[in-house]
Design a protein. Structure first.
Length: 662
C-alpha cells in the first residue's frame, strides 16, 4: 500500500496491522539464513494493531521452485511477539514472510463468551456473527463454502428462538477452524520482504574432518607417497569415525623459488616444496602431481573412500607458483612491478617468493574469474563435492558470492569451508555470502571465560543463522602454545572441546593423534619439520596414540543427536575456573548430553557443577542418572549441585548422557 498523500484520507484502504522486527533476517534481507535438509526454521515477529481486535498471524513459506505459499498459524507469545515454524523438506532455496490481519470472527467469538458469562442478550450478536460467516463463505469454495453458509443460516434461524443452540453453533471448534484460514485480503498486511533460506545437505551441519598429506602416506622418508598409499590409509581414517578426508593441494609444485625443509629459502635437490606453491611446467590447478599418481588413481581413491563412508575434500588455493602455466600465458592475471617482475606474496617482513597472488582488479579479471570457476567445476566433474578454501579473505567478496552461487546452481551438493583466520567481520561476511562452513578462533580460546563468551556469540546471537563453525584444534599452520606446553593431556582436552562444542570439527593428523608439539622455535606456531615442506613417516601403531579416544568420541557424536547440531548449546556454572560445563539436547529432550572438561592439562581439578534441572525437565526431588559415555560408568545425582573431579592425564572430561529414572 502506498503511504497516504497529504490531504488524503482513504480509511477503506488502510492496513491496520503492523509487522516489524521479523527474525531471522540477515542485513535487512540482503543475505539468506542457512539450514540443512529437514531442519526447522523458527520465525519470530512483532505484530500489533490499533484497538483491541484479535489478530490472525500466519507464517508463509515455499520452496523457490513452488508457485504457491504454504501457511502455518503463528502463536502469540505475549507482548505482541508471535512465533511460527516450518521445516525445509527439499534441498533447494526457500523463501518466507509473515502475513497478518484483524480477525473479526475470533474477536466476535471471544466477546460472545464474555457477554454470555454476563448473562447479556445475544440475539443481535448471533446475527452479526452470521454476517461474518457469510462474508467468509464468499471467499471460500466447494464444501467449505457450503458448510459456512449452513452455519450462517443456523445462526440466523436460532438467534432469537433457541439462543443456547445458536451459542453452541457459534462456539463450534470446527467452525473456528474453517474461519481461521479465510482472512479478508483487503484487511491483510504482508511483510514487505521475502526472506531467503539456503538449504544444504546434512553434511553441512554435522561432520568430522581428518586432514592428511598424501605424500606422507609412506613408510620411507625417501619415497614420495602416492594415491595408492592413501587408499591403504583409508581404513585407518575410517576406523576413527571420520566423515571427510581432507587433502592439501594435489597439484604439481613449482620448481622456481621452491622452499626447503622448515621453510628454508635454500632448498636441497631432494626437497619436495610446499603443496600450496601450485603449478609448474607440468601443469596447474587442473593437473595432478605426477608422484602422487594419475587422474584414474585419484578417482579410485574417491571410490574407495566412498565405500568406507568417507568423502574426500580438496584444497582450493587460488594462487600460483612462479612457473605455473597461468604466469606464462596470462601475465595480466598478476600484479606486475615497475621492473617487470611479478609481485610475489608478502606479509612484511615475511616474504613468500614461491607464491604469486592473483590480481582480481586487472583488465583480465572477468576471464580470470571464469577460469577459476572452471577449476572448481572440473574437480566436481571428477567426483569431488567438498572444498576447503585457502585464504578466501585475500580475494574479493563479490568474486566468492558469484563463484559459489554459480557452482551451487550446477551442483547443489557442493560444500565450501572458509579458511579465513582474520577479523570477525570479514569471517562473518564470507559466511553470509555463501561459504557453507567456517574456521574459527577456537584454537586460541583456552580459558572458561574465552570459550563461554565466544561460543555464546556463535550460537546464541544472530550469527548462528549464517555462520557454521568448524572447530580445529590444530592445522599444518597452527600449533598453539597450549598444545606445545600441555603435552598429551592438552590434546585430549582440545579434542573433547572441539568435538562436543561443535557439530563440525576437524584435526590435522597423524600429527594430532601423535600429539606432535615441537615448534619451529620458541614463540612460533609453526611445526618443527613441518609436513608443509617435507615428507614425514608416521608410525600408526604407536601404543600411546590418541586414535582410540578419537574413535570413541566420534562414535559418541554419531550415536547422540544432541551433538549433531549447535543450536542447543548452553553453558552452566561450575565453582572452579579450570572446569567448564555445557550441554546440548535434541528438541524433545530425549537425548541430553552434559559435558564437563578440565581445562588444566597439568593438574587434577574438582568442583560443584550446577545442573540445569528446569532446562532438562528433571524432578528436583528425584534422582537422575548420568552415564559417562567415555568410560561407561554411571552415577546417580540429585538436585542442582553435584560434585565432579577430573584428572587430565587419565580422565580430562566427562561426556554424560542424562536420563530420568522411572
Amino acid at each position: 500500500m502506498s503511504p497516504l498523500q497529504a490531504g488524503e484520507c482513504s480509511l477503506g484502504r488502510i492496513r491496520r496491522v503492523i509487522i516489524e522486527n521479523v527474525r531471522p533476517e540477515i542485513d535487512a534481507g540482503r543475505f539468506p539464513i542457512k539450514r540443512t535438509l529437514r531442519e526447522e526454521v523458527e520465525v519470530l515477529a512483532d505484530v500489533f494493531a490499533d484497538g483491541h481486535d484479535e489478530l490472525s498471524v500466519r507464517l508463509l513459506y515455499r520452496a523457490a521452485s513452488e508457485a504457491d505459499w504454504h501457511g502455518v498459524p503463528m502463536k502469540h507469545m505475549g507482548n505482541d511477539l508471535w512465533r511460527g515454524c516450518f521445516s525445509v523438506s527439499a534441498q533447494e532455496p526457500y523463501v518466507y514472510t509473515v502475513e497478518a490481519g484483524p480477525d473479526p470472527f475470533r474477536t466476535w467469538a471471544n466477546d460472545l463468551v464474555k457477554r454470555n458469562d454476563a448473562a447479556q442478550d445475544l440475539s443481535l450478536q448471533f446475527l452479526i456473527g452470521a454476517e461474518l460467516v457469510l462474508a467468509a463463505a464468499a471467499r471460500a469454495a466447494g464444501a467449505v463454502a457450503d458448510r459456512l453458509r449452513q452455519a450462517a443460516v443456523q445462526l440466523k434461524k436460532f438467534h432469537d428462538s433457541e439462543p443456547k443452540k445458536a451459542y453452541e453453533i457459534a462456539r463450534n471448534i470446527q467452525l473456528a477452524e474453517l474461519m481461521a484460514g479465510l482472512a479478508d485480503p483487503d484487511t491483510t498486511t504482508r511483510y514487505e520482504k521475502e526472506l531467503r533460506v539456503e538449504v544444504d545437505r546434512e553434511r553441512a551441519r554435522f561432520s568430522a574432518w581428518y586432514e592428511m598429506f598424501p605424500r606422507s602416506c609412506t613408510d620411507d622418508a625417501r619415497r614420495h607417497g602416492t594415491f595408492q598409499d592413501c587408499v591403504r590409509r583409508l581404513d585407518y581414517v575410517a576406523s576413527m569415525g571420520f566423515d571427510i578426508l581432507y587433502l592439501p593441494p594435489i597439484h604439481p609444485i613449482g620448481e622456481i623459488e621452491r622452499k626447503g625443509k622448515n621453510n628454508s629459502p635454500t632448498p636441497g635437490p631432494d626437497d619436495v616444496g610446499s603443496p600450496w606453491a601450485i603449478g609448474s611446467v607440468l601443469g596447474g590447478h587442473k593437473s595432478i602431481h605426477s608422484q602422487l599418481g594419475t587422474l584414474d588413481d585419484f578417482k579410485r581413491l574417491l571410490s574407495e573412500a566412498r565405500q568406507r563412508g568417507l568423502e574426500v575434500a580438496l584444497d582450493l588455493a587460488f594462487q600460483c607458483a612462479p612457473d605455473h602455466p597461468y604466469v606464462r600465458e596470462h601475465k595480466e592475471w598478476f600484479r606486475v612491478r615497475p621492473d617487470g617482475s611479478v609481485q610475489y606474496a608478502e606479509n612484511p617482513p615475511k616474504k613468500y617468493q614461491d607464491i604469486y597472488p592473483l590480481n582480481f582488479e586487472g583488465d583480465g579479471a572477468q576471464q580470470l574469474a571464469e577460469e577459476l570457476k572452471s577449476v572448481v567445476l572440473y574437480w566436481i566433474e571428477q567426483g569431488v563435492r567438498i572444498f576447503r578454501v585457502d585464504n578466501p579473505h585475500t580475494k574479493p567478496f563479490a568474486f566468492w558470492e558469484w563463484l559459489i552461487a554459480e557452482v551451487r546452481r550446477e551442483c547443489p551438493d557442493a560444500l565450501f569451508l572458509s579458511e579465513a583466520f582474520t577479523r570477525p567481520k570479514i569471517m562473518y561476511r564470507l559466511a553470509k555470502l555463501g561459504f557453507t562452513q567456517s574456521y574459527t578462533y577456537f584454537a586460541w580460546r583456552n580459558t572458561k571465560l574465552e570459550l563461554t563468551q565466544y561460543f555464546t556469540e556463535l550460537t546464541r546471537t544472530n550469527v548462528r543463522e549464517y555462520f557454521r563453525a568448524n572447530l580445529w584444534p590444530n592445522t599444518p599452520d597452527i600449533l598453539t602454545e597450549s598444545l606445545q606446553l600441555g603435552g598429551r593431556p592438552a590434546f585430549m582436552i582440545r579434542l573433547v572441546l572441539a568435538a562436543t562444542l561443535g557439530a563440525n570439527y576437524g584435526i590435522y593428523g597423524p600429527a594430532f593423534e601423535h600429539f606432535e608439539n615441537r615448534p619451529l622455535h620458541s614463540g612460533s606456531e609453526e611445526y618443527l619439520d613441518s609436513e608443509k615442506y617435507q615428507l614425514r613417516v608416521w608410525d600408526l601403531e604407536r601404543p600411546d596414540s590418541l586414535k582410540d579416544l578419537i574413535s570413541r568420541i566420534n562414535r559418541i557424536r554419531k550415536d547422540n543427536p544432541a551433538l549433531q547440531s549447535d543450536k542447543s548449546l548452553r553453558f552452566h556454572d561450575v565453582d572452579n575456573e579450570q572446569l567448564i560445563a555445557y550441554s546440548k539436547n535434541d528438541e524433545k529432550l530425549d537425548n541430553i548430553i552434559l559435558v564437563i572438561v578440565n581445562l588444566d592439562p597439568l593438574r587434577k581439578q574438582s568442583g560443584i557443577v550446577d545442573v540445569p534441572i528446569e532446562l532438562f525437565q528433571l524432578d528436583p526431588d528425584k534422582e537422575f542418572q548420568v552415564r559417562d559415555l567415555l568410560t561407561g560408568e554411571s552415577y546417580r545425582w540429585r538436585g542442582v549441585r553435584n560434585y565432579v573431579e577430573l584428572a587430565p592425564g587419565a580422565r580430562p572430561a566427562h561426556i554424560f548422557c542424562v536420563r530420568r529414572l522411572v
